[in-house]
Structure formats: C-alpha cells, structure tokens
Design a protein around this ligand. Structure first.
Ligand SMILES: Cc1ncc(COP(=O)(O)O)c(C=O)c1O
Length: 382
C-alpha cells in the first residue's frame, strides 16, 4: 500500500490554508466541495431521492449548504431531528432510517410530520403503528458487507425471507408498505455490493408485486466510499452506479430509488489543521504529538474495525531536503490515541509546525468526546 499523500485530491491548497491563522486545532470545510459531491450523486443517480445521512456530520452550516443544494435528509434520532427543525427543513424531506428506535423518538418525528420509517422486526412495526399510525414503512434487510470497513450486518437487517410477512403485518397494523432498504456497511470497497443486494432482493420484490404489494421505493442506504490512505483503491461512484442500474433495470418495474450517503458527501470536503506539541524519539519511532487526536477529532483513526488512515501534509515545505516516517499521536494521556504510525513528512518537522489532515469531514466532529478535557475543535467554512 502506498503511503504517499496524493495532494491533487485535496480540495484545499496550502495557500488558502495559510490565510487561516486561527488557533488550532480547527476544521475547515469547503462549501463548493460539498455542493460538487452532492451534484455528483444527482448526476449518477438521476431522479433518485438523495437523503444525506446527518450522522456523518451535523454541523449547521454544512446542513444549510446541502439544503441550499436541495438535498433531503436521513435522521437517526430526535436529537438529529431537532437540528433539522431549527433549519426549517420540511418533514417531507426527512426519513427516519435507523431500524430500531426509542418510542419517544418515533413520536417526535411523527409529531413533526415525518411519515417514513425504517424497521427490521415485528416489534418495531408495533412501535411505529402505536406512535406513528398510518405511516409509510420500509423494511431493512441484511446485506453482504464483507468488503466494508464498518459493518452493519450483525446488528441490523432482517433476513430476506421475512420481508413478505413483515410487510403483510405492516398492512394489518394500518401502516403503508413503502419499500425495502439495505445498507452495505460504511466505506465499502466492493463496487458491486449494492447491485448484489438488489439481485438478492429481486425474487422477493416480484413476489410482493404478485400478492398486491408493489413497493414504491428501493432504498440503497449509504456506504459509498471516500479516499483514504487505508483504502486508496476505493471504487468511484460512477462504477457503483453502473452496476446498480444494471440490476435495477432487470426488475419488472422500477421503484423510486432512495440513497442515504453520509461519508461520501462530506469526508473530502473537510480538513483538520493541527499543531505539533512534541517531537519525541521512542523505541525506534519518531513521534509527533498533535493538539488533536482520536478523541477530539479523528475517532475513525483509532485502531478499531480497520483504522482509517488520513492523508497528512505539512503547512510548510522542508527547510532541509527529504522526508521521513513519523508516528502521529493525539494530546490525551490515553494509549490508543494514535492517529497513524506511518506518515511521510518533512524530516525537520518540530514543535509549533502545523499539519493538514485531509478528508476528515465524516464521522469526526459528530463523535468528539471531551476526554481529558480537550474540547471539540472550532469549525470554519469557506
Ligand atoms: C441507516 C443508515 N443510512 C446511511 C448511513 C450512512 O452511511 P455512509 O456514511 O457509509 O454513507 C448509515 C451509516 O451508519 C446508516 O446507518
């Protein structure tokens, strides 16, 4: 695996970043990049409903930017709903995509006017029927997530064989069968994962039609990958879309497609600027300690389910020639607070130098914790 940073992928050139003298650590997002990413989804999935999964990043300015681009949204709790309410996002543009929900969260969503809910069990159907009568429901099936960094299949999704009895039960409870969803896991590497899920579902979709339940929507979930050093050969959206449509067009009718991208919309739109607080030689490794780490910024870099490796570059070029390998650690007193053990940077990096950590827009700010008292970094938009 190459460990060289390909800066050509970055949405920020160093000249722009040099103008930001704010105290570190801070995130910087490009509105243009967000809009472009959203438009890419519209381009490859024409006519599909694109619901941004706000669990990936719920910064107000970011959601406002996507709203201005006419995005729809997917929520996972009443707390996420409150963010959308404050931004006056209408209920018709929101779906509740988590298939297991607290009762009062279903009620609050329903009270706001949301009437589209995911579910994957008989019990959840009963909860929805009680709290959100007459709503539209879509059943989440388990999907093969073998090639994905973050798996969902252990925790979520019913077997395909349960789809018909579940949707029949929905009808008997006064709910409206709206569709089927799946999620191939997050940061998927198999460009055919979504197409494969549709292929598996095809007989069920046809059987449902034969018994009078013609699903309105097919929800492809999230999982569309972003570029990291740990997954440089992630497939392009164009290729993923190609395989999806190949399978989708084999259906005897074409339900409305819904997508719930999170990571792919926001990851590459954000950078984190951090300052080196220490340079230490320790047991054969040169460590750079930063003022941001896995707890206050880069949770996915922790060695957990695969450890995301972000491209990292220096704000200044080397004074002397050459680069060398460093390990990067966060500022907390915790052992796992290590961002990477392999990054090439100018040999003379030292205390006070600033680093740019690229493609950090997803699952970073939303999962910060005040561990050891380090606060959430500031956030700016250009
Ligand atoms: C229901 C649902 N939809 C969409 C997403 C977004 O996934 P990603 O960020 O991989 O696109 C997730 C991620 O957890 C999810 O649980």
């Amino acid at each position: 695996m190459s460990i060289k940073t390909d800066l050509s992928r970055s949405k920020f050139d160093t000249k722009i970043l040099e103008k930001f003298h704010q105290e570190t650590p801070f995130f910087l997002f490009s509105r243009e990049s967000l809009k472009n990413k959203f438009q890419e989804f519209q381009k490859y999935f024409p006519g599909a409903l694109i619901h941004f999964a706000i669990k990936a990043n719920s910064e107000i300015a970011l959601i406002q930017t996507l709203k201005d681009s006419h995005a729809c949204f997917e929520i996972a709790s009443k707390h996420e709903l409150n963010i959308l309410k404050d931004l006056k996002i209408p209920c018709k543009d929101i779906i509740y995509g988590t298939s297991v929900k607290p009762l009062d969260h279903i009620k609050e969503a329903f009270d706001y006017g949301i009437d589209r809910f995911a579910f994957d069990s008989f019990q959840e159907l009963e909860k929805i029927a009680a709290m959100a009568p007459n709503s539209r429901v879509y059943v989440r099936v388990v999907a093969n997530d073998t090639g994905s960094v973050f798996k969902m299949s252990e925790k979520f999704g019913t077997e395909v064989d349960n789809v018909i009895p579940l949707l029949q039960k929905a009808v008997s409870l006064g709910l409206r069968p709206y569709g089927i969803s799946f999620n191939v896991g997050s940061q998927a590497s198999n460009s055919k994962a979504w197409a494969h899920a549709i292929q598996v579902l095809r007989p069920t979709i046809e059987n449902l039609k034969d018994i009078g339940i013609k699903i309105e929507t097919l929800n492809l979930g999230g999982g569309y990958p972003s570029k990291y050093l740990s997954s440089e050969d992630a497939p392009e959206l164009k290729e993923i879309a190609h395989y999806i449509y190949e399978e989708y067009n084999k259906l005897s009718f074409q339900p409305q497609l819904i997508l719930e991208p999170g990571r792919a919309i926001v990851a590459e739109a954000g950078v984190l600027i951090a300052t080196i607080i220490a340079r230490i030689e320790r047991r054969g490794i040169t460590w750079l300690f930063l003022d941001a780490g896995v707890y206050n910024a880069l949770y996915e870099a922790m060695a957990y389910q695969g450890s995301t490796r972000y491209p990292v570059t220096s704000m200044r070029s080397a004074f002397d020639s050459g680069e060398m390998m460093f390990a990067l650690a966060g500022p907390t007193g915790d052992g796992p607070d290590i961002i990477t053990k392999e990054v090439l940077l100018p040999r003379d990096m030292d205390v006070g130098d600033r680093l740019i950590i690229h493609n950090v827009g997803a699952y970073s700010l939303v999962v910060t914790s005040p561990f050891n008292g380090f606060p959430k970094p500031s956030v700016y938009f250009i």
